[in-house]
Write a protein that binds this ligand. Sequence first.
Ligand code: BES
Ligand code: MN
Ligand code: ZN
Length: 509
Amino acid sequence: MTALTLSTAAVAGLRADAIVIGVAKSSASKPGGPVVAPGAEAVDQAYDGNLAGVLETLGASGAEGEVTKLPAPAGFKAPLVVAVGLGAQPRENSGYDAEALRKAAGAAARALTGTKKAAFALPLADAADAGAVAEGVLLGAYSFDAYKDKGDAKNGKAPLAEAALLGGKPRDKAYKAAVERAVAVSEELNRARDLINTPPNDLNPEAFAAIAQAAAKEHGIKVQVLDEKALVKGGYGGILGVGAGSASGPRLVKLSYTSSKAKKHLALVGKGITYDSGGISLKPAGHNETMKCDMSGAAAVFAAVVAAARLGLEANVTGWLALAENMPSGSATRPGDVLRMYSGKTVEVLNTDAEGRLVLADALWAASQEKPDAIVDVATLTGAMVLALGSRTFGIMANDDDFRAVVQEAAEEAGEPAWPMPLPEHLRKGMESSTADIANMGERMGGGLVAGLFLREFVGEGITWAHLDIAGPAFNEGGPFGYTPKGGTGSAVRTLVRLAERAAAGELS
Ligand code: BES
Ligand code: MN
Ligand code: ZN
């Protein structure tokens, strides 16, 4: 990953390959050309105070994500200036918002692929801004090239190696802490992206469990892996039923991070389908090519627990990874089969492609047995949620309105687009089964909410619970934007870390 430092060096004398500055769109109240953001004063002076004019000549407007490269002024050691768009200029007396900085830093880091060292002279009003720029750089510079021949020049250049953040206070505790937090969270988030991007022939449930086990050991997290035998013994019919068709058996991984000063216990549950073919209800061609991403929820939970441990948060955070591969075969669960779940309830499987709710049901019930203060599950659960909210926003459902609002606030603070969704009671009857306690499918309309209602049945009595359906934002099939790469995005990791931080502050629910 990119190496980060806070620096007080003067821009002109800095040995770097590029200097990144911010440029904003002029405000509606004072229309005009692009506006150079604070942090770039020295660069502006070297352009005789006409940097905004130079940028306008080059066609820059300051729009979000825009990258304009220009030669550095005479006397600068660095040869290149990269002006990155921050979007609308903030209103007078208010700074740039953290997410605008994060996105701009990410876009610049991406544009600097193949560069060794860049200095970021973006507007930093406080330590939180420094943290946001750090996150933007580390997340934006990400690339996944584990499967590409590095000797082949066609395969692209190395990510930005070094970034110096200017305008911060390197000796200030708050700035140092903000950058350290950004490094821990971004490293774990990027590892989640690696797991999501790893092809499913290499990342099966056993391999994922082994990676989680190794990371847990490294960071002093207690880990327990239930293999197929243990799952049979424990009666985990949901996880076993989904994994039944695969040559790679399912696993349930429990990661327990504990703090002696913990006041709250947060449980996180992740859907970890390492490949979702649909099973006997096979997905048609065109719908399964990206289904290695169906373990994104488990990857997010894994990353968040390790980040909580690295940050030494004063909370207990338990992660549950429900891992299985959903495949058709002679041993696979059939539409019409009835599974006896870990909770004791029976489920008639009407569609083997509605598998996520089955593995989550067992993990939610297992998590409930510890009576945590709250449970949050994360899953690429339904195509319906993608239809509802698009490819960048995840849906939040909950059995408690206040907690749903807490989760949404955490997402906002993290810079992750999220939106509350209801759990309409009338949709429950669509899942009535003539054979079992419940069916794994209901009405097609509102399919994301139906899935949420199904999960709710497996949350222990009186436990506060929220469900994040990240099917849209988990995997970016389009081009990169801001700090979001193509492929696995690490959606929900930062929201979960914020929730763990709230738990540490005693403000969970
Ligand atoms: N993993 C899919 C959901 C999904 C769709 C994730 C698109 C990411 C992108 C899930 O297991 C699934 O197949 N859901 C079905 C449920 C249906 C059979 C009730 C769906 O959404 O079509
Ligand atoms: Mn499916
Ligand atoms: Zn799935």
